[in-house]
Design a protein around this ligand. Structure first.
Ligand SMILES: *Cc1c(COP(=O)(O)O)cnc(C)c1O
Length: 412
């Protein structure tokens, strides 16, 4: 007997749950690609993406997954023989760097840990030694979806400035855009990369670049440029150039809807919702950890991301039975460990189109699994999650009541 019938809940860190509104927006016939509504959709999506990235720079939409946007970013600003510095904090920046090495870019890795955020002081020390400006770009992820870490991008920028380094700062926001603040211009980021299927609630298949003025300058002489990814070609006047071929129309209908939903809720509120649901998840995990078997992969609370929480087993056991139980008996699909955490981790995503019942339900299912399988854990994690959420919501209600009180006083 199981209780999995009904809608399966996907709690992996991408692709994430696609809202029905987005799916419906995509369910329609193809339209003209030369003129009319689609041209306008392209223009508004490009400009709304600038708003999401926090930039006055230019944005580009690729019919590709995140790996495509990685390749796009590298080819547009680098030349053969250039050196880049990859800041390790898990799996994903490393993969981005490897892509560069296949293209003839020299890749140096600033060693890091799968359990901690990038250390800006170590970056500053390394860059101070680069007196000949050999390093052309620094590559880092904002959130590493494998380790569950969040890196402090403004602190990384400050480290580059403190070292007086003039390389480009290139940031992968694939798992963080529209889940937490990202301010490309204010933070001094030169190139940002994102995908549609995580915080932006879309089916996989679209990804993005955003380029600031310094990146556009370097771009002019980059010799890795290819036609398909080329920013300049995509800035051409003809609509099909924006996609270097047939626009991915249905993906664009979906993206338009997803962006509308983000702005309707309000970016600040989207961030707050993620922060509260991540806080509830962390409260549950902290309680379970009292059993001495489950622990956070990321050691410091301030380095834990608001889009995904990665748990590991302190005795090194394989958590696969827990993951199987959640899927097969209860219809919740958790993320498995990947890279260095292969067969060692559980990842609970709380990213994109998620709300309290989805996350509290997921946590309840994990706790049911721990109980059924006899995994030692502190209880109740779900109670701790509810208490965390209740604390946050109660203080927001108080603040709202205070503000209303002040407003009515000023009226009288
Ligand atoms: C998912 C992810 C990627 C890869 O994106 P794909 O769409 O699978 O190519 C890259 N970086 C981060 C941080 C991610 O979370």
């Amino acid at each position: 007997m199981t209780v999995r019938n009904g809608r399966e809940f996907l709690a992996i860190p991408g692709p994430t749950t696609v809202p029905d509104e987005v799916l419906s927006a995509m369910h329609r016939p193809a339209i003209d690609i030369y003129e009319g509504a689609l041209v306008d959709t392209t223009a508004t999506c490009l400009s709304d993406l600038r708003r999401v990235f926090g930039t006055q720079g230019l944005t580009y939409i690729y019919a590709a997954n995140g790996h495509g946007a990685w390749e796009a970013a590298l080819t547009n600003v680098l030349s053969r023989g250039d050196k880049v510095l990859v800041l390790a904090s898990g799996l994903f920046a490393m993969g981005w760097g490897e892509m560069g090495s296949v293209m003839g870019v020299h890749v140096e890795v600033l060693p890091g840990s799968w359990r901690r955020a990038v250390d800006p002081d170590k970056l500053e020390q390394r860059l101070r030694k680069d007196t000949g400006s050999e390093i052309k770009a620094v590559l880092v992820v904002q959130t590493d979806t494998a380790s569950g870490v969040v890196n402090d991008i403004p602190a990384i920028r400050q480290a580059m400035d403190a070292a007086g380094h003039d390389g480009l700062l290139m940031v992968d926001t694939i798992a963080s855009l529209a889940t937490m603040p990202f301010e490309m211009d204010a933070w001094g980021v030169d190139v940002a990369v994102a995908g549609a299927q995580k915080g932006l609630m879309m089916p996989p298949g679209l990804s993005f670049n955003a380029a600031g003025p310094k990146a556009k300058e370097v771009h002019k002489s980059a010799d890795l440029r290819t036609r398909y990814w080329d920013w300049t070609f995509r800035e051409g006047d003809v609509h099909y150039q924006k996609y270097c071929g047939t626009p991915p129309e249905h993906q664009l209908f979906g993206l338009r809807k997803a962006l509308d939903m983000v702005f309707e809720e309000g970016l600040e509120q989207v961030f707050r919702r993620h922060r509260l649901l991540a806080g509830a998840t962390r409260a549950a995990v902290a309680k379970w950890a009292e059993g001495g078997v489950i622990e956070f992969n990321i050691e410091a609370p301030e380095h834990r991301s608001n889009s995904v929480t990665t748990l590991v087993m302190s005795d090194g056991s394989d958590p696969q039975p827990i993951i199987n139980f959640c899927r097969e008996e209860c219809g919740v699909v958790l993320g498995i460990g990947i890279g260095a955490l292969d067969s060692k981790a559980i990842r609970i995503a709380h990213m994109g189109h998620v709300n309290a019942p989805m996350i509290l339900g997921t946590l309840g299912v994990v706790e049911t699994a721990l109980q059924t399988l006899g995994v030692a854990h502190g209880a109740s994690g779900v109670g701790a999650a509810a208490a965390s959420l209740s604390g946050e919501l109660a203080s927001a209600r108080d603040a709202h009541a205070d503000a209303q009180g002040r407003a009515s006083m000023s009226l009288t």
